[in-house]
Each structure stands twice: as structure tokens, then as C-alpha cells.
Design a protein around this ligand. Structure first.
Ligand SMILES: [Zn+2]
Ligand SMILES: [Zn+2]
Length: 252
């Protein structure tokens, strides 16, 4: 197809926990024949991240001179996105929301996806029901364009098979929530979703987005798997999320 170039909507620079400067990222991504997008962590709960509203302004100023999509990866469980003023919000080309931690009823701290055990002796199935409850709250409340890595789950249950974790009913809840909120489903190269779920999202009318979630030169702009998956489930290249065409929720 002529005149179409994929865009990496999710990659990190040294402004959060990435290894490359903006210049280096742009050069590395373009060398792959991909359009660059930066989406650094904007969250008080990620160790290397932009952690304040003033910092978000400086982050956007730093991206402004470059021919790059200006995204940001916000944590659902963190408060920074709730404090973002409209004028700053409007300067993003796109925003990503991530469930890096979820609230578990009866506990005081949100459960991080990298914590080594599940609280309250939760079974994987019981956890998944709570995860979808939280995902529905996220979709209803968070003004973002894209759900990052939709299949990122807590460390202890990543070993459980996809078919055991993701029942038809849970997959339906996920894609319905995204569809109604007009939030795109990211096909992440880092936390790769299973094809059945991507197909279900596409068939439901949820827009698909490509993201490397790259942090290094070897990772940024690597969309081979996400693009191949999008084509396999029947998506048209032009229907894939493009921040310059479909972003941002702030403008809606
Ligand atoms: Zn993330
Ligand atoms: Zn990320």
C-alpha cells in the first residue's frame, strides 16, 4: 500500500525510563520505516518518570520541535492525569492509559502488576473478575485514546494459560468497555496479546493501535509483530490508530 507508514504510538525516551534521547529515538524509528511517537511515563508512581504538572509542560516543550507524535503514558491508579489542565491536555497528540496497578477491595494499596503475590489468596479467576471491574471503571473515567498493553496482568498469574485466564465473558467485557468509551486497543510488542482477543476487539469495532513499548534502540519502532497481528485479524492499515487523525480525546 502506497502512502501509508505505520506509527509507533508507544515508546520511551530518557525523559522517563528509556535509553534514547528524543533525537536518537526519532532516528532509530525512522530507520525502520516507521513514524515515531513518544509516550513517556507521566506518573508519580513510576520511579523514572515525569511526576508533576510543571514537568508535563516541560516534557511537551521538549517534544514540540520534533516531527514526532506527542503522547504520554499515564497510570490509571495515579492522580497526575486527574490534575492535568485542559491547555496542557490539548497539546498531546494522544494519551495512553495503563493499568500498572489495580485496586483490590479490602486492601489499602493498589496491587502492582509486578508484585510477587496476589493478596487475600485470590485465585486467578477471582483476580480476573476484579481486573475487569477495574478496567470498566478505567474506560468510563479516564480520558485517554489508547489502553496500553491490554493483557498486562500481575506477575504471579502470567504463567497461567491464556485460555484459563481470558474467558469469553471477560473478553467481551473488555472489548465492550473500550468500544463504548472509544478507546483504542494497543497491540503491544512488549506484552503481546493473544490473537483471539485482538480479533474480538477488531470485530467489535474497537480501533487497533500499534505500540513497541520500546525503551532501547533495538526495541523502539519494532512493529513487526503488532502490524502482522493487525493484518491477520482483518484490520485495514488506514483504520489503525493514528494520533494525527484519531487523537485526542481532549478535542472531543
Ligand atoms: Zn506500561
Ligand atoms: Zn510503556
Amino acid at each position: 500500500m502506497t502512502g501509508w507508514t505505520p506509527i509507533d504510538c508507544h515508546a520511551h525516551t530518557t525523559m522517563s525510563d528509556g535509553a534514547l534521547s528524543i533525537e536518537e529515538l526519532v532516528e532509530a524509528v525512522r530507520a525502520r520505516g516507521v513514524r515515531p511517537g513518544v509516550a513517556d511515563h507521566l506518573s508519580t508512581d513510576v520511579s523514572q518518570a515525569v511526576k508533576s504538572i510543571d514537568g508535563v509542560g516541560a516534557y511537551l516543550d521538549a517534544l514540540e520541535p520534533y516531527d514526532v507524535a506527542r503522547g504520554g503514558e499515564f497510570c490509571w491508579h495515579d492522580s497526575l492525569w486527574r490534575e492535568l489542565p485542559d491547555d496542557l491536555s490539548a497539546r498531546f497528540t494522544h494519551k495512553l492509559g495503563s493499568l500498572h496497578a489495580v485496586h483490590i477491595p479490602g486492601t489499602s494499596q493498589p496491587l502492582s502488576m509486578w508484585h510477587r503475590e496476589l493478596p487475600n489468596e485470590l485465585t486467578p479467576a477471582a483476580y480476573m473478575a476484579l481486573h475487569l471491574d477495574e478496567l470498566e471503571r478505567f474506560a468510563a473515567e479516564m480520558p485517554v485514546d489508547i489502553l496500553s498493553h491490554p493483557t498486562l496482568l500481575p506477575l504471579p498469574i502470567r504463567v497461567v494459560s491464556v485460555d484459563e485466564l481470558w474467558t469469553d465473558a471477560l473478553e467481551e467485557r473488555l472489548v465492550d468497555a473500550l468500544f463504548h468509551a472509544e478507546i483504542a486497543f494497543e497491540i503491544s510488542n512488549r506484552y503481546r496479546p493473544h490473537e483471539r482477543l485482538v480479533k474480538r476487539a477488531h470485530d467489535r469495532g474497537v480501533r487497533l493501535s500499534l505500540g513497541s513499548d520500546g525503551h532501547t534502540r533495538a526495541q523502539v519502532g519494532d512493529l513487526e509483530f503488532p502490524l502482522e497481528m493487525a493484518m491477520r485479524v482483518g484490520a485495514e492499515p488506514h483504520s489503525l490508530f493514528d494520533p494525527f487523525v484519531h487523537g485526542t480525546r481532549a478535542a472531543r
